[in-house]
Design a protein around this ligand. Structure first.
Ligand code: HEM
Length: 222
């Protein structure tokens, strides 16, 4: 066990820092482009928590739309669009095609999470695709079945990442409204959504403003 921890510790920092930053950045980018999603999430937060206190982990069960936003953030812009290469340990066959032992296999996570048969209009940030009758729809493939990798090498930090993402998303949405900057003509400056290339993908740096919700200002002063 100690040996396993030693082996994973430096890896965990490297694997856990940029990945979480990428997913939170994609979430912020989405909020700027889809104000109607922010409004719906804020309505859920006010309905379930109200204006008097900050969200807690115990609220999660009662916040399905926030859950759907997290699923959609990991789907819309997967952090590792081609996963991480896996090497086959024996000859294998897929749909009549031989995959010899020692081949490097890349999983096309991007294609899985942008398959229009499972996720219609896949480039749109639309958390409602994961919902039915006000609850998470278990018939829709959860994006975490692909965004955290596959098989024995699946991300060991996924539960930690999931909790970090929940607390970040819920705290940001409870506290702020995220808006684009406005130009001298008063119109919002909204640039096209662009991601960096490379195995780990981030939104290309973008400007936005965080405006505290009036209801949260007394809490921020306490
Ligand atoms: C949103 C955040 C994260 C995403 C999307 C993510 C995604 C992934 C993916 C796709 C892999 C490759 C899995 C495979 O080979 O199939 C991976 C591996 C890994 N992740 Fe994460 N990860 C995240 C956060 C974290 C965190 C917070 C930690 C640690 C605290 C972590 C630790 C690791 C480690 C150590 C590996 C290598 C596992 C191995 O090769 O056996 N990750 N992650």
């Amino acid at each position: 066990m100690v040996e396993e921890i030693r082996q994973y510790c430096p890896w965990s920092y490297l694997a856990g820092a940029d990945t979480v930053i990428s997913s939170i950045s994609s979430f912020i980018l989405a909020m700027m482009h889809y104000p109607e999603v922010q409004e719906k999430a804020y309505a859920e937060l006010m309905d379930v928590i109200g204006p008097g206190r900050f969200p807690q982990f115990s609220d999660r069960e009662s916040l399905p739309y926030i859950d759907a936003i997290m699923k959609e953030s990991l789907r819309w812009q997967p952090v590792l669009p081609l996963g991480i290469g896996h090497s086959t340990t024996e000859d294998s066959e897929y749909e009549g095609c031989l995959i010899p032992k020692g081949s490097i296999v890349m999983a096309n996570t991007w294609a899985i999470l942008h398959n229009p048969e499972e996720y219609p209009d896949p480039d749109k940030f639309f958390p409602d695709r994961f919902m039915k009758d006000g609850k998470i729809n278990s018939a829709v493939r959860d994006s975490s079945t692909a965004s955290f990798g596959y098989g024995r090498r699946i991300c060991p930090g996924r539960h930690f990442a999931d909790n970090t993402l929940f607390m970040s998303v819920v705290s940001i949405l409870y506290t702020y409204s995220i808006r684009p900057l406005t130009g001298p003509d008063g119109k919002p400056i909204l640039k096209e959504v662009k991601m960096t290339s490379g195995s780990l993908s981030f939104p290309v740096p973008f400007d936005c403003q965080f405006e505290p919700h009036p209801s949260v200002i007394p809490l921020l002063r306490d």
